[in-house]
Every structure is written in structure tokens, then in C-alpha cells.
Design a protein around this ligand. Structure first.
Ligand code: MG
Ligand code: MG
Length: 622
């Protein structure tokens, strides 16, 4: 048995575009309803009646009309004016087909701190609403003048005790003020008229600007939303879960993408809150991948030679050929790299669009079917293509930039390799042992979307977002990692048109893998071997090493060796990180080798050094 599905809704302010386009995107993403944001209606060419009809034709319930500001506790004649205004809104709501309006706690400087007056006003409002067959949901804005806490809003609603007056809980207002979610236990589920959902990163700023610009989908920010939602479910609330997301990035993005992400985020919230409540969830738990099974490169025959040169210099050996396709397997330690030069299929199309590059990542998972079921419940599209009768069918999901995310079942991996690559020679003694991290580059607007994708599907935690100085602008970077660090992905985006990140997207025609880092237990041996084998290395200038000497108490001989081998260094407490980079193959993908001595990060302190070193190879501006 599965628990009942959340009734999903979203405020039209959350997505970009004209109101009718927003509504179509919302319906297509699978929501049952939408809140009409008044400004969207005011600027729409359609009448309220036409919007109501459009919503019905799209099978969308109009879940609420919002917002109505500044009513309770006003002196005359502002008070009478506010009531008059509200009557007009009831007419609009009639046309839209909703009986619920959102009343925000009063922000007006004229609002009086007179509780009895607020109670009287809300009671009178209840009578007026009931006479029109309408209901009013009262919401405490985090910056409300006298009511800024849902506990105070609830106390008013409770004491007014009118059937047409209820409470609106908005996760942002409560969690930005860090109000304990346990306090929701005092609220009666039937008096909770609607729940508005928003996440946000913890940042130091005033509540109003934080709310207007940095709200994001559940799972994309830092708020403890699962606990909050579980507390609401405990009250017996069974109404709408409605996203209300003000975010500049989303306004610049695709309405369809944002609507789809929101729907996925609500599914995730439903799943995570059910797990906290020890209730059945509609989907299997988040997938715990045990690592990267393989990385597949799409390449023409010529590009395949380029990759082969880099792989060889990094100590990989070609250990086998696919038994029926033009696909090679390269191995070292636990690492499998696959070069696909087939003249048809996805890899070939990928190569035509992007040039030689990573077209797929294979993850090792304990239960392939459970992983697929979770992906399906999250509306993550599956990819299928024709496979030969005697070939393994490895299920794949659509990933970043149209690439694939294969799911390889742990128990079958040995059999799969043996069957597909029968000629495989044993892997060489490894200097590189496994994939440490994979860096994906994308449009800045897409970063939150892919963050949610990984976070919803996989058991990963997010690191805080970092800002890195590129010589041509700022790059944002954020990682997702499994608890044991066996899978680490970094997501990178930039708004600056000439940063390396943006140049990658232009040159590559989309988002994709920009670098792959391999782990070694001996960075010096690995760098020496790579240098001797002719790996095109990223050269690091002498100033960097002088600075290292000044910052850390490093042995002079060690420093000289690092400088000779272009090894970068970072330290975090006692933990140390060593890294070196290759040049990029065809100005796209490059490789990194790292040695972690208890270090958990990615050498952010060195990222701008690396970006500067890479910038010297950029083409002159046209
Ligand atoms: Mg709200
Ligand atoms: Mg890296």
C-alpha cells in the first residue's frame, strides 16, 4: 500500500512567461492546481473569466487567488477601503473559479498593534467572505508589522474561530525565522486552508529580499523541509501542497523546466516526509550508488586516437574490444573508460553534435529495478535504443545535456563486462585507482535543476555553493557526494560570457562533462609517469609555488618537485590535497589526478590558479 499522493499546486509567480503559457507549462508538468498571482492576472490580455475557463480546460484547479495585502488592524478610513477592495476581489475569484484568497499579515505603517481590533476585523472579514461563498487564508509574512510568526497568526485564526477564516502556512516565512516545526502540532488540520512550499539557501540578508530573490524548490536549498512537511501531515492536513517560488534564476529560465522541477521537488518532499513519519512512500528510497562503473566517450575514429593518447599517457591500457561494435574498453585500477566509435546510435549522434566527449556515465547500483522505479516516480525520462538480440540491455536515464546515466546492477557487472568485452586483458598495475570526481558544466540557470535531479534520485549530500574567480568572470561550483565519497559530482555554471565555463558551453554546444578526476595513492609517481609518457600537462607558473612556500611550511625539496610536476596543493587542518591537470582534449574534456590525504574538498583554493593557467590557451576573441 502506498500513502495518498500529495495534491500538487504551484503559484503562477514561480514560472516565467505570460500567464496562459505558465498555466500550460504547469498543467503539462502534472500539477493538479495553480494559485493565480494577482500581478500575473493584471498583466494578462485575457479576462479573469477567460483564465478560469483556460484552467478548467487544462484540468487545473484554481487553488487560491493571491496576495491580498494590508487589511487587519487598520484605522478608518483605510479599514473601510480595504474591505471594499476585498469585495472586488471576491468577484475576480468567482470568475477564476476559486473560493480561497490569501491575506498576508499587515505590513502597513498604519497597522495598529491592537489584537482585539485584528480579531474583530478578521471576524467581520469572515462574515463578508461567507456571504460571498468565499474563504480567507491568513499568512504571517516574516516581515509583517505586528504578525510575523505563524504561531501568532494561528492564535488569531484560532481565536476568531470563524469557518471562513483559516491559516496559510508558508515554509519560507517559518523556516527563514527558524521557528521550530514542532509548533505546527498546535494547529488544527481543518483550519489549515493551504500550505505553501519553498526552500532557500541559508544566507545572511533581510527576510524580504531573501524571500523575493532566493526562494528555490524543495531539495535545492538548506531548509529542513522534510521535518516541516511531516509536522503538517501529522495534523491530518490533506489539502494542496503549493509551491510559491520567487527566484531570479527561474524567471530567466524555461517555464517547462521550472514547472517540471517543482513537481519533482514536491514528489521528493512527499517521499522524504513519509519516511520521517514511517509511512509508506510512493517510491523506493534514494539510490545509493557504490561508484562509477564506467565513463563512455563518444568519438570519431580520429578523436578516438586523441583519447587513446591521453589514456595511455595516464597509465590506462586498452584491455578489450566489444565483441560486435566499434567500442574499446580501457582499464586501470577500478576505472573503466569506454570509447564508442560506432557509426550509428546515440554515441554517434552525440559526437556529431558535440565532438569527442563524454556521452554517458555508468553508475553501479545495488538494485537496478528499484532505481528505475524511483526515477520513474520522479518523472526522470528513461532512454532506450535498439540493442542486439545477444547484447546486455543496461537501462539508462537522460542526464545532463542529453547524455546518459546508465544503471549497472552490482551483482551483474562482472558478467556484463565478460560478455560484452570477451577479449579483455587483465588490467595493468594501477597508479590511478578509481574515479574521484566528475565535473559537469552547465548554464548557470540549469544548476539548481541538476542539483535537484541528483539529490532526488541519489543518496547524496550537497556541499555549499562556491564562487570561483575565472580571469574572465565568476564561476559557481557545487558538489553532490554519496556519504562514503564513492560518487562525487561537481556542477559548475557561470553567467560571464567569456569564462572557461561559458566558453565550454559555447564550444561544446551545451552542458556536459568538462573534467574527470582520478584518484591515486601516489601523486608524485603518477605525475612522473604521466610526464614521462608525454601527457600534455597544464603548466603552473612559479608564483604559485612561491606563495605556497609562504603559506605552508613545506619542505623546499618537496616544493621543487611539485613545481617540476605542476602539482597543486591544498590543506584543510591536517588534511592535504595534491592535484595535477592535463590539457584539454580538443578544448573540451580534460583530466585531473588527485591524491587525498584525509581531505574532503576539491581544491577550491587552486581553482582560479587552474582557470588562469587554462585561460592562456583560449582563442583570441573574434
Ligand atoms: Mg506565501
Ligand atoms: Mg576537479
Amino acid at each position: 500500500m502506498t500513502s495518498p499522493r500529495f495534491k500538487t499546486s504551484i503559484a503562477t509567480v514561480s514560472v516565467s512567461g505570460a500567464l496562459s503559457d505558465k498555466l500550460r507549462a504547469i498543467a503539462e508538468a502534472g500539477y493538479g492546481g495553480a494559485e493565480i498571482f494577482e500581478n500575473d492576472l493584471l498583466s494578462a490580455p485575457e479576462s479573469a473569466r477567460e483564465i478560469g475557463a483556460l484552467m478548467r480546460s487544462l484540468a487545473l484547479d484554481c487553488t487560491m487567488f493571491q496576495p491580498f495585502r494590508d487589511l487587519e488592524g487598520l484605522p478608518s478610513p483605510l479599514r473601510e477601503k480595504a474591505f471594499e477592495r476585498m469585495k472586488r476581489k471576491f468577484e475576480v475569484m468567482e470568475h477564476l473559479g476559486t473560493d480561497l484568497v490569501l491575506l498576508c499579515s499587515n505590513c502597513s505603517p498604519h497597522a495598529m498593534d491592537d489584537r482585539q481590533r485584528m480579531l474583530d476585523d478578521l471576524h467581520e472579514l469572515g462574515e463578508l467572505a461567507a456571504a460571498h461563498g468565499k474563504r480567507v487564508g491568513y499568512e504571517a509574512l516574516a516581515w509583517g508589522r505586528h504578525v510575523a510568526d505563524h504561531r501568532d497568526a494561528w492564535a488569531l485564526v484560532r481565536d476568531v474561530d470563524h469557518s471562513a477564516i483559516g491559516l496559510v502556512l508558508d515554509g519560507f516565512h517559518s523556516l527563514a525565522r527558524r521557528i521550530p516545526s514542532a509548533s505546527i502540532g498546535d494547529i488544527r488540520g481543518d483550519k489549515l486552508f493551504i500550505v505553501q512550499v519553498a526552500d532557500a539557501p541559508y544566507i545572511e540578508m533581510d527576510h524580504l529580499n531573501w524571500s523575493r530573490h532566493f526562494r528555490c524548490m524543495p531539495g535545492q536549498g538548506d531548509f529542513p523541509l522534510a521535518e516541516w512537511a511531516a509536522a503538517i501531515r501529522r495534523t491530518g492536513y490533506d489539502g494542496w501542497w503549493s509551491l510559491e517560488i520567487f527566484n531570479d534564476r527561474f524567471r530567466a529560465g524555461s517555464a517547462h523546466q521550472v514547472a517540471r522541477d517543482g513537481h519533482r521537488a514536491l514528489r521528493l518532499l512527499e517521499d522524504q516526509s513519509a519516511r520521517l513519519l514511517k509511512q509508506p512512500s510512493p517510491m523506493p528510497p534514494r539510490v545509493v550508488p557504490s561508484g562509477v562503473e564506467f565513463i563512455e566517450f563518444a568519438a570519431s575514429h580520429e578523436e578516438a586516437e586523441d583519447f587513446a593518447r591521453y589514456f595511455t599517457a595516464l597509465g590506462f591500457a586498452r584491455t578489450g574490444w566489444h565483441r560486435s561494435k566499434q567500442v574499446e574498453r580501457w582499464q586501470q585500477g577500478e576505472i573503466n573508460l569506454v570509447i564508442n566509435a560506432e557509426p550509428e546510435g546515440l554515441a554517434h549522434s552525440f559526437d556529431i553534435v558535440h565532438g569527442g566527449s563524454v556521452c554517458a556515465i555508468g553508475l553501479t547500483v545495488p538494485d537496478q529495478q528499484a532505481a528505475l522505479a524511483r526515477a520513474e516516480a520522479l518523472d526522470i525520462p528513461r532512454f532506450t535504443q535498439k540493442v542486439g538480440a545477444d547484447e546486455w540491455e543496461i537501462p539508462a536515464l537522460r542526464g545532463v545535456g542529453g547524455s546518459l546515466l546508465y544503471l549497472v546492477e552490482e551483482a551483474n557487472r562482472a558478467a556484463m563486462w565478460a560478455d560484452e568485452f570477451p577479449a579483455s586483458a587483465p588490467a595493468p598495475a594501477p597508479l590511478l585507482t578509481r574515479v574521484d570526481h566528475i565535473a559537469q558544466t552547465m548554464q548557470y540557470e540549469e544548476m539548481l535543476s541538476w542539483l535537484l535531479y541528483y539529490h532526488a534520485l541519489l543518496e547524496v549530500k550537497k556541499t555549499p555553493q562556491l564562487e570561483i574567480a575565472d580571469p574572465m568572470g565568476l564561476v559557481y561550483s557545487q558538489a553532490v557526494e554519496t556519504p562514503d565519497g564513492r560518487l562525487r559530482l561537481t556542477l559548475n555554471g557561470s553567467i560571464a560570457a567569456q569564462s572557461l565555463t561559458s566558453r565550454f558551453i559555447q564550444n561544446y554546444f551545451g552542458a556536459g562533462v568538462q573534467h574527470i578526476a582520478f584518484e591515486t595513492a601516489d601523486i608524485f609517481a603518477a605525475a612522473e609517469a604521466a610526464q614521462a609518457a608525454g601527457l600534455p600537462m597544464l603548466a603552473i607558473g612559479p608564483n604559485y609555488y612561491e606563495d605556497l612556500e609562504a603559506r605552508y611550511d613545506l619542505d623546499a625539496e618537496l616544493l621543487a618537485r611539485m613545481a617540476r610536476l605542476n602539482i597543486l596543493y591544498d590543506r584543510d587542518g591536517d588534511a592535504e590535497y595534491f592535484q595535477f591537470y592535463s590539457r584539454a582534449v580538443a578544448k573540451r574534456v580534460f583530466f585531473e589526478v588527485v591524491e587525498r590525504r584525509g581531505y574532503a574538498g576539491y581544491g577550491a583554493a587552486n581553482a582560479s590558479i587552474r582557470l588562469n593557467a587554462q585561460a592562456q590557451y583560449r582563442d583570441p576573441p573574434i
